[in-house]
Design a binder for this molecule. Structure first.
Ligand SMILES: NC(=O)c1ccc[n+]([C@@H]2O[C@H](COP(=O)([O-])OP(=O)(O)OC[C@H]3O[C@@H](n4cnc5c(N)ncnc54)[C@H](OP(=O)(O)O)[C@@H]3O)[C@@H](O)[C@H]2O)c1
Length: 270
């Protein structure tokens, strides 16, 4: 999902882009990663590949770690060998969600889920492998290039009069159409270090669902549920609002603007 918007944004910005999907490059294969980077000879690589099944990672931690941890390290090492910079995409799920004020870069990560642990391992692998790195933590992504919460809600809203959505997880929904171009500009400027970058503002999943139906003009009631009622395999942070304490951090538009743009883009694509 994010990778598609990054590729499109980089092409729009006039760059020569090599976009590699899973079937073209497996990031768990260090030789293949080195060969791909050496052949493309990029100024920078933006790694959007990941094992993103948060619940599945609880049972398949080794697979998640191979992709999110070691795979991220292989991409960073290959870019270092090729004299290129790397941008690694990470997640709010590196935090346990026990804070009640927004998380900044200097907050200590403490992932509660296997997915979060594998992504934190990837951050550390990137730091070790390539000093010319940016690690960008984002959250609650939605975009036209893949399955996501907004698309799920629209599908459910078309089939049911009522849906149940949790009120006890609060975060920053982020439109990949906003994040993608910003990642490209970070790569252009060769911004380094750790940075939080998410849609401005925050809400619960329940608030988000209400706004999705309102903005899309769908008549569907949103019942309040709790995470305990849903009983999913992986724990999610109760509060994972990301903001940046870096003066050079770009600011993304609000998640509400992202939602409106997403709905407009879906209509064009339909
Ligand atoms: N979605 C979110 O809410 C969210 C929030 C915060 C951060 N992030 C991070 O943002 C980044 C992009 O996420 P996304 O939502 O765009 O995820 P996505 O749509 O699931 O994309 C991940 C891509 O990685 C590919 N992939 C999986 N294993 C691979 C491997 N071994 N080698 C190469 N490619 C592989 C997947 O291909 P297959 O589908 O063929 O396996 C898929 O195309 C990830 O780093 C994710 O951790 C996501």
């Amino acid at each position: 999902m994010l990778g598609r918007d990054v590729v499109e944004a980089a092409r729009t910005a006039g760059h020569e882009v090599t976009g590699l999907g899973h079937h073209e490059l497996d990031v768990t294969d260090p030789k293949a990663v080195r060969a791909a980077v050496a052949s493309a000879r990029p100024h920078a690589a933006i790694n959007c590949a990941a094992f993103t099944d948060v619940d599945g990672a609880e049972e398949r931690y080794e697979d998640a770690l191979a992709i999110n941890g070691d795979g991220a390290g292989h991409v960073a090492a290959a870019t270092a060998d090729a004299g290129a910079a790397v941008v690694q995409v990470s997640t709010d799920y590196v935090f346990d969600g026990t804070k009640s004020a927004p998380y900044v870069e200097s907050d200590q990560p403490a992932p509660a889920s296997a997915y979060g642990r594998s992504k934190l391992d990837g951050e550390e692998a990137v730091v070790r492998a390539n000093p010319r790195h940016a690690i960008v933590r984002s959250s609650w992504l939605f975009g036209v290039g893949g399955p996501n919460f907004v698309a799920n809600m629209l599908r459910l809203g078309a089939e049911h009069d009522e849906v149940s959505v949790v009120t006890d997880q609060v975060g920053c929904p982020t439109f990949t159409g906003h994040l993608g171009p910003t990642l490209v500009s970070l790569a252009e400027r060769e911004t380094t270090g750790l940075m939080h970058l998410a849609g401005s503002g925050w809400c619960s999943w329940h608030d988000f669902a209400v706004e999705i139906f309102r903005e899309a003009g769908v008549d569907c009631r949103v019942e309040a549920a709790s995470s305990a009622q849903l009983d999913r395999p992986a724990p999610r942070p109760a509060y994972s609002v990301l903001i940046s304490e870096r003066p050079d951090a770009p600011r993304l538009p609000s998640w509400r603007d992202g939602l409106a743009e997403f709905l407009a883009a879906r209509e064009v694509a339909a």
